[in-house]
Design a binder for this molecule. Structure first.
Ligand code: PDD
Length: 293
C-alpha cells in the first residue's frame, strides 16, 4: 500500500506522523472521503471545494490548490492498483509543541490513503438497516459547526458507540432542539405521502454531496422534495427512509428504535432513486486530470 505523505509516496510502514501533530493531539484538521468508480471520482470538484471550505473555516491554509489534487489522486489510485476505491484526504494542522495556538504548527500534515472500498453486505441493501435514535446530540452549530468536516469526530463516535452497543447499524442524531439532524457518517431522508424529506442544512448537519445528488435526481423526476425541520415522530410515521453517503450511496432503513418504518422493506421511491443513481452515475464522475477542463 502506497500512502502520499506531505510531498511524496511512501510505503504504509514508512507513513508515520509525529506524536506532536495537532491532528493527533487535538483532532485539529479537516478531511474528505471520496469514492472512485472505474478510476473516475464521484463529484470530485464538490469534494475538493468542501475540503477548501472546511479548511478555511478553521483557518488552515491548505498546502495544495484545487488543481493540484486531481493528478495526485490519480497517482494514488495507480500506485495502489485500484480503480474502484475509497480515498481519504486528511490535512491536519501539523506538528507543533503542545498548546492550542495554531501558530505553533508552521506546516500542515497532508495524507492521502487509497484503499479498497468497504464492503457493505448486499443483504443490507435488500432488507434495509436498523437504526436507533442516539442520546448523543449532534454538535451545536454555534459550538462546532457540523458543516465543517473536521478531524474532531468524537461527537459522532459517541453516537456510533450507542449504535454498536444496541447492535444496530447506526444512530440518528438529533440536534440541540430535539429535531432530526443526521446519522454518524450519513444524511437522513424519509418519504411521507410521496414527498421526499430531509433535514435542512440549518438543522446542523454536514451538507452531504450524495444528499445533493439525490435531491437533484428526485427533482428531475418530479418527486416533491422538502428540506425542513422535523421531529423524530416524522420518521416513525414515514412510509420509507434511507441514508446517503459517498461510500454507501443510498442505503434503505427498515426500522428505528425497533419500530418498522413503512412496510419495513425498501420502498418504491427508495428503489426509484437507487436505480436513478446507478443509471445517472456516469454524469457525476470526473476523470481526475480532466477536472478543470
Ligand atoms: N461521511 N454526515 C456526516 C456526519 C458525514 O460524515 C458524511 C460523510 C455525510 C455524507 O456526506 P457525503 O454524501 O458527502 O459523503 C453526512 C464520510 C463518508 C466519512 O466520514 O467517511
Amino acid at each position: 500500500m502506497w500512502i502520499y505523505l506531505n510531498n511524496r509516496f511512501v510505503s504504509r510502514d514508512e507513513a508515520r506522523v509525529s506524536i506532536f501533530d495537532h491532528g493527533f493531539l487535538y483532532g485539529d484538521g479537516v478531511y474528505e472521503t471520496l469514492r472512485a468508480y472505474g478510476g473516475r471520482l464521484f463529484m470530485l470538484r464538490q469534494h475538493l471545494e468542501r475540503l477548501e471550505r472546511s479548511a478555511r473555516l478553521i483557518g488552515l491554509a491548505l498546502p495544495l490548490t484545487i488543481s493540484d489534487w486531481p493528478p495526485l489522486l490519480e497517482e494514488a489510485l495507480r500506485r495502489n492498483g485500484l480503480s474502484d476505491a475509497y480515498l481519504r484526504l486528511t490535512i491536519s494542522r501539523g506538528e507543533g509543541s503542545i498548546g492550542l495556538d495554531p501558530s505553533l504548527c508552521p506546516t500542515p500534515t497532508l495524507v492521502v490513503i487509497a484503499q479498497p472500498l468497504p464492503n457493505y453486505p448486499p443483504h443490507l441493501y435488500d432488507e434495509g438497516v436498523r437504526l436507533i435514535i442516539s442520546q448523543t446530540r449532534r454538535n451545536l452549530a454555534e459550538a462546532l459547526p457540523p458543516h465543517i468536516k473536521s478531524l474532531n469526530f468524537l461527537n459522532n463516535i459517541l453516537a456510533k458507540r450507542e449504535a454498536t452497543l444496541a447492535k444496530v447499524f447506526d444512530a440518528v442524531m438529533l440536534n440541540a432542539t430535539g429535531h432530526l439532524a443526521e446519522c454518524t457518517t450519513s444524511n437522513l431522508f424519509f418519504v411521507r405521502h410521496g414527498r421526499l424529506c430531509t433535514p435542512a442544512v440549518g438543522c446542523g448537519i454536514l451538507d452531504g454531496i450524495t444528499r445533493n445528488v439525490v435531491l437533484q435526481l428526485a427533482r428531475a423526476r418530479y418527486i416533491e422534495t422538502e428540506e425542513g425541520t422535523y421531529p423524530p415522530a416524522d420518521v416513525f410515521a414515514a412510509d420509507e427512509c434511507f441514508l446517503t453517503n459517498t461510500t454507501m450511496e443510498i442505503m434503505p432503513v427498515r426500522s428505528l428504535n425497533d419500530r418498522p418504518i413503512g412496510s419495513g422493506k425498501p420502498g418504491p421511491l427508495t428503489q426509484t432513486l437507487q436505480s436513478a443513481f446507478r443509471s445517472k452515475l456516469p454524469d457525476f464522475l470526473q476523470k481526475a486530470p480532466g477536472l478543470l477542463d
